[in-house]
Write a protein that binds this ligand. Structure first.
Ligand SMILES: [Mg+2]
Length: 369
């Protein structure tokens, strides 16, 4: 019988690009290398620093700092406007590399993700070797550096990726967990914010090792249900599974007809319920996604098929009419009897796009005050 721990031993990687926006800017303009620069909003528009170079950090500049303050601390600071399309492209390239190792990926932001490589046979199953390869591939193919933490769970993988930043690799093997966590300051514990950290400090508890002296009952008395989590995390135990990327890229419905459709009128009639069905399905997820494009698929009776898509305008009020004209245009491409019609939309995940608008929001908020 294997030890229970052995059978559930996991290998989690936490990959995190170093000063992501700045790394991309430096890649595209090597003259920035070694300079104090940042990506952020303009000082005169009450902008905020999104990311800053390591050189700028030496002067005390950090992210979320008002740009005018950053300039006061570091007068030579160069502040570049954000180029989100370029960062998104770099993020997609990074994810393509991750997918070579596992499908179990939990994205945390554009430049940060957990990878569960427990089942991966790449690199003879070595998480350390996979981490090295990922660092090298991202460097060669995307042109930026990432740091990687390798550990048996998410909590420690994230702590580890931060350990030797930038361009660092830190591996915590299962038998190192207890010792590694012992010295760890309590503020590094997942879920411990300023308030909880202060509470712990007030009790003289500075490290996980000190925290281990208390029973779960005592910790629950002080911290409610989080006390039990503290008891586990201070021992390096974290069973959280990865929240895998199940976000949709598109939504569509289609129907194969018993009898082929021969003319424009029958196509228009038959596509109507499909559009209704699609719009009903979209209602269920409308808070999480916005629609960027609509597309149609037409399959002819000789099994050839064609798809056609178009951008959706922001003031688009008549989706049905647009779908109808699109499907007719697609049909005219083949001009043959139709056996299948499909309608769909391409989606934008509002959760990730919200993050990308953060900067602009910072600026807008600043202007309003
Ligand atoms: Mg990062």
């Amino acid at each position: 019988m294997p030890e229970p721990n052995e059978s559930v031993q996991r290998k989690i990687l936490h990959v995190d690009a170093d000063a992501f926006y700045c790394s991309v800017e430096e890649r595209d303009d090597p003259a920035l290398t070694g300079k104090a620069f940042a990506v952020g909003g303009k000082a005169e528009r009450r902008g905020v620093i999104a990311t800053c170079s390591y050189e700028a950090r030496k002067s005390g500049v950090h992210s979320a700092m008002a740009s005018y303050r950053a300039l006061r601390l570091c007068p030579e600071l160069i502040i570049l406007p954000a180029r989100f399309d370029v960062y998104k492209a770099a993020s997609r390239q990074m994810h393509a590399i991750f997918h070579r190792y596992t499908e179990m990926i939990e994205p945390l932001s554009l430049d940060e993700a957990y990878l569960d490589v427990s089942q991966s046979s790449q690199c003879r199953g070595s998480g350390t070797l996979m981490a090295r390869e990922i660092m090298q591939s991202v460097c060669e193919e995307v042109g930026i550096n990432v740091s990687v933490g390798v550990a048996p769970n998410k909590f420690l993988a994230k702590v580890a990726s931060d350990w030797n930043k930038p361009n660092g690799l830190c591996v915590i093997t299962p038998d190192q967990v207890r010792d590694f966590v012992f010295e760890l300051p309590v503020e590094k514990i997942h879920g411990v914010g300023k308030v909880t950290a202060q509470k712990l400090h007030n009790k003289g508890i500075m490290t996980c090792g000190m925290l281990r002296q208390y029973s779960p009952v005592e910790l629950c008395r002080w911290f409610g249900s989080f006390g039990e989590r503290l008891w586990e995390l201070s021992r390096g135990v974290d069973d959280r599974a990865l929240e895998l990327d199940r976000r949709r890229k598109s939504l569509s419905v289609e129907h194969t007809f018993d009898e082929d459709l021969h003319d424009e009128q029958s196509i228009l009639t038959q596509v109507k319920p499909l559009i209704e069905d699609l719009s009903q399905r979209f209602q269920a997820i409308r808070n999480e996604y916005s629609v960027t494009k609509r597309f149609v698929k037409v399959k002819f009776n000789d099994f050839t098929q064609t798809t056609l898509e178009e951008m959706i305008e922001w003031d688009d009020q008549t989706p049905e009419a647009h779908f109808q004209s699109l499907v007719i245009r697609a049909w005219q491409r083949g001009n043959k009897p139709v056996r299948l019609l499909g309608v769909g939309v391409r989606l934008l995940d509002l959760r990730t796009s919200g993050q990308m608008q953060q900067l602009e929001l910072f600026e807008r908020r600043g202007r309003r005050i």
